[in-house]
Ligand binder design. Structure first.
Ligand code: FAD
Length: 355
């Protein structure tokens, strides 16, 4: 008989898990607390969509790097299946610094070079790669294998593709309780062969050690700027990214604040992010703000993801600032595990409660 899975949460982790279960022939029902009109409030929509395993070596450990490298390949596969093209680029990124932040920059680049080969991180003359930035920056670190994806374009396409293939996504269905084999909503309890908890920070009350790390960002329209690849600007507190999107749009983010507050974006964060962008290219001064975004990243104490198993219940959480970098490989690892195939890095991402 066909097995039936319930996935709780239609963020990027829930959707990619649904995709893998579907490929195994499972029936899949996804519960999402937001009604479809408000779905863009979920954290996955606030992300910058950076696929930046090399840059992340500055603060993350090698596990994130290895998992991230495998994910970039999987994103190619995922994008090819979608019913319409998605803005997905793998033309690398540029890591830059103003003079005043040079000591932080030297430390950060030293950590990157500690882990990677010279061909994977190259010092370049900025004007050769990004002519409009050459006046402000002389030299930068080019990371040719990094990528980025427009998550706000991707998620609705992925959700509708999954629905067309038979996945039921129940928008506006708040799961009040979940336990092995059982999902409870206001309408009652339903039994499944497995329940997969992909609630992100929504699982904070019943997940030991999970915490929220707030991130804020801006989506802007800047017709006077032409930058081809994401720029990461050295900032003493945050990883500030300027990420090109289609039609002269840019994503400017993101703050990183130890808080799960859902309050609106502060003046301080706005000043920091927008001044950083303006300091990179004066053309951002004439840009218009399209949307102000915030989200709560789900993180464990070590900022690494975890897949926790017990019979009838699996939780995939703690994606922190690497939701797009890691979700394809975590969903694939989960699928391989269900098929009894060996999984790389299993000891580091899997935890078993019983059974
Ligand atoms: C500003 C910002 C920038 C970021 N930039 C990047 C980046 O460039 N690259 C990158 O890789 N990552 C980035 N991230 C991190 C990334 O967004 C997260 O890691 C990712 O969204 C986590 O995905 P998730 O599916 O686990 O959780 P979520 O996206 O939070 O999804 C969980 C879903 O579960 C639903 N839910 C919760 N509780 C319930 C319930 N009781 N019943 C039903 N549904 C429920 C929620 O509504 C939500 O839709 C960024 C994050 C932020 C905030």
């Amino acid at each position: 008989m066909t097995k039936h899975a319930a996935i709780v949460g239609a963020g990027i982790m829930g959707l990619l898990t649904a995709r893998e279960l579907l490929s195994l022939g499972w029936r899949v029902t996804v519960y999402e607390k937001y009604p479809e009109m408000e779905y863009r409030n979920s954290t996955s929509f606030a992300a910058g969509g950076m696929l930046a395993p090399f840059s992340e070596l500055e603060s993350a450990d090698e596990l994130i790097f290895k998992l991230g490298m495998s994910s970039i390949e999987l994103w190619r596969e995922i994008c090819e299946e979608l019913p319409a093209p998605v803005f997905f680029k793998t033309n690398g990124s540029l890591f830059l610094s103003h003079q005043r932040d040079k000591p932080h920059f030297e430390n950060a680049t030293r950590r990157i070079f500690h882990h990677v080969k010279e061909s994977e991180a190259q010092w370049v003359k900025v004007s050769d790669l990004e002519p409009e930035l050459g006046e402000t920056f002389d030299q930068g670190l080019y990371l040719p294998r990094e990528g980025h994806i427009d998550n706000r374009q991707l998620i609705p396409l992925l959700a509708s593709k999954l629905e067309a293939e038979g996945v039921r996504i129940l928008f506006g269905e708040i799961v009040q309780d979940l336990r092995p084999y059982v999902v409870e909503t206001a309408k009652g309890s339903l039994l499944y062969d497995i329940v997969v908890d992909c609630r992100g920070i929504g699982a904070v009350e019943d997940t030991a050690d999970l915490r929220g790390v707030r991130g804020e960002a801006f989506l802007i329209h800047a017709p006077e700027v032409s930058i081809q690849r994401p720029v990461r600007l050295m900032h003493p507190r945050y990883a500030v990214y300027i990420v090109p999107r289609a039609n002269d749009h840019y994503y400017i983010g993101a703050t990183s604040i130890e808080s799960a507050s859902e309050s609106p974006v502060t003046i301080r964060s706005s000043l920091e992010l927008l001044s950083a962008a303006y300091s990179v290219h004066k053309g951002f001064g004439e840009a218009s703000i399209v949307e102000i975004l915030h989200g709560i990243r789900p993180a464990f104490r070590n900022n690494a993801p975890k897949i926790s198993f017990e019979a009838g219940l699996v939780s995939i959480n703690g994606l922190y600032r690497h939701g797009f970098l890691l979700s394809p490989v975590l969903a694939r690892a989960f699928k391989n595990f269900l098929q009894d195939h060996p999984v790389d890095h299993a000891d580091q991402i899997f935890s078993f409660t019983r059974g």
